[in-house]
Write a protein that binds this ligand. Structure first.
Ligand SMILES: [Zn+2]
Length: 289
């Protein structure tokens, strides 16, 4: 099967150093496999999303030589598809309505780990969320993070559709990846727990399971997690600054060292980066320097 990778930013801010790292790694891994690299805009959290950020992200990707294949998919254009999928899961009794309020969950100590109250006591109370009946979770081997396992109760029956009528990230991502034919995902390891949920849903839907490579988080010099603020600034767009940033990203990803002579034009740099790219060289920890 041919390789299809993707980069899926949320337009809640501009492309920054952290997201460039993910975009670049997923792009190079796809191109190393002569595969396709898709871009998807994950804009379901509408209050936090902004059209101006979306435009800025796409412009930045182009300026950095990361040109995508096929048209950009936008999640808010696909709400009906997500609703239909949710409905079919309910019909097959793989998902169920849950009308528990936050207060209900809190009083039953079921906030973190849902106790299946509404599965055991079905009711038609509204508003209701939709939960996936998680039967089991599967261990998997992440290409970077290694063996990953979590007991089924570690996920519990998570929400596919929120009580306020907003589709949950997990459902949208799983359907999008499936319909876009995505085979491989390279992204940040802050999403490892989500991966277990997405695999549980892929399993329920009988979708093919995907290959994953979760990049290590970028840590501060003292080993602490970097604050979101550190990565909030938009990337520069002047030609020399672009090369500097791309080079910095390649150094962080363990592909080259700082003294490496690289092409000084973006297109040349990306061709060079694709030639030298080897995912096995990505370090266990990335230090912010
Ligand atoms: Zn409930």
């Amino acid at each position: 099967m041919s390789y299809i990778g993707r980069f899926a930013p949320s337009p809640t801010g501009p492309l920054h150093e952290g997201s460039l790292l993910t975009a670049l790694a997923s792009y190079l891994e796809a191109k190393k496999h002569q595969g396709l690299w898709l871009v998807r805009i994950e804009d379901l959290d509408q209050p936090r999303c902004d059209q101006a950020h979306e435009t800025a992200i796409l412009n930045a990707l182009e300026a950095y030589g990361l040109c995508w294949d096929q048209r950009v998919l936008r999640q808010t254009d696909r709400i009906k598809r997500y609703e239909d999928l949710c409905q079919s899961l309910i019909e097959k009794q793989q998902a169920y309505q849950c009308s528990c309020s936050r207060t209900d969950l809190k009083s039953r100590h079921a906030l973190q780990h849902y106790d299946r109250y509404c599965l055991l006591h079905p009711n038609q109370k509204q508003p209701a969320a939709i939960r996936l009946k998680v039967e089991k979770s599967l261990a998997f081997k992440d290409r970077l993070a290694g063996h990953q396992a979590i007991p089924a109760e570690g996920i519990s029956d998570f929400i596919l559709y929120r009580r306020d009528g907003i589709v949950a990230y997990q459902l949208a991502v799983v359907l999008d990846d499936y319909e876009q034919g995505v085979t491989d995902i390279v992204r940040g390891s802050d999403l490892l727990l989500e991966t277990h949920k997405q695999r549980a849903l892929q399993l329920s839907l009988d979708y093919p399971l995907l290959e994953y490579a979760h990049l290590p988080l970028v840590l501060a010099e003292d080993g602490q997690k970097l604050s979101k603020q550190t990565f909030a600034t938009a990337l520069p767009t002047q030609p020399e600054a672009i090369i500097r940033q791309l080079k910095k990203a390649m150094v962080r990803l363990g592909q080259i060292d700082e003294t490496c002579d690289t092409p000084i034009d973006v297109e040349g740099f990306i061709t060079f980066a694709t030639e030298v790219w080897d995912i096995k060289k990505v370090p266990k920890v990335i230090k912010n320097s």
